[in-house]
Ligand binder design. Structure first.
Ligand SMILES: [Zn+2]
Length: 159
């Protein structure tokens, strides 16, 4: 029982941290979207790799400091067209832009890296399916990730 309660606490704590990260990513999206509207995929990819290789914890955008991690997640969402990599859903927001979530294949707590080949862009349903479903047959072949969750197989590009 004690173990179970501990797990619940950890899960709550992670959700608060996730929520704070989501908020920050939302703010970054709003502040960078305008000036990066015309960036093409190739340029975006270059910026992404620069950001992946940058070892600093924080990044300054328009005079405000954010976690580099959150800036990178925003770039990856944009690079993958804000589209769920499992079911292709896009969620258009009434004000502007799209809502989508970034998810680590190997969790950060287990040493998973903030890199394109460890990040999936997923809609909220698929994200929870990934977190709570029964995962089997996970593998990476070249730049493609395959996973079976609750007996259904999904495939996503990690480029
Ligand atoms: Zn989805």
């Amino acid at each position: 029982m004690a173990v179970y309660q501990g797990q619940e606490l950890i899960s709550d704590y992670l959700q608060i941290e996730n929520f704070e990260n989501e908020l920050e990513q939302h703010e970054i999206e709003n502040s960078v979207e305008v000036d990066s509207e015309e960036i093409n995929k190739e340029e975006l990819y270059k910026k992404l790799i620069e950001c992946v290789n940058d070892k600093s914890e924080r990044i300054t955008i328009n005079g405000k400091t954010y976690k580099r991690h959150n800036f990178l997640m925003v770039q990856i969402k944009k690079y993958r067209d804000y589209k769920c990599q499992f079911c292709s859903t896009t969620i258009l927001k009434a004000n502007r832009g799209y809502y989508i979530e970034a998810c680590h294949i190997k969790p950060k707590a287990e040493g998973g890296k903030d890199r394109l080949d460890n990040i999936l862009v997923l809609c909220p349903n698929c994200h929870k399916l990934f977190d709570y479903g029964k995962r089997t047959n996970q593998k990476k072949l070249k730049a493609t990730y395959f996973v079976t969750i609750n007996e259904k197989t999904y495939k996503a590009s990690l480029k």
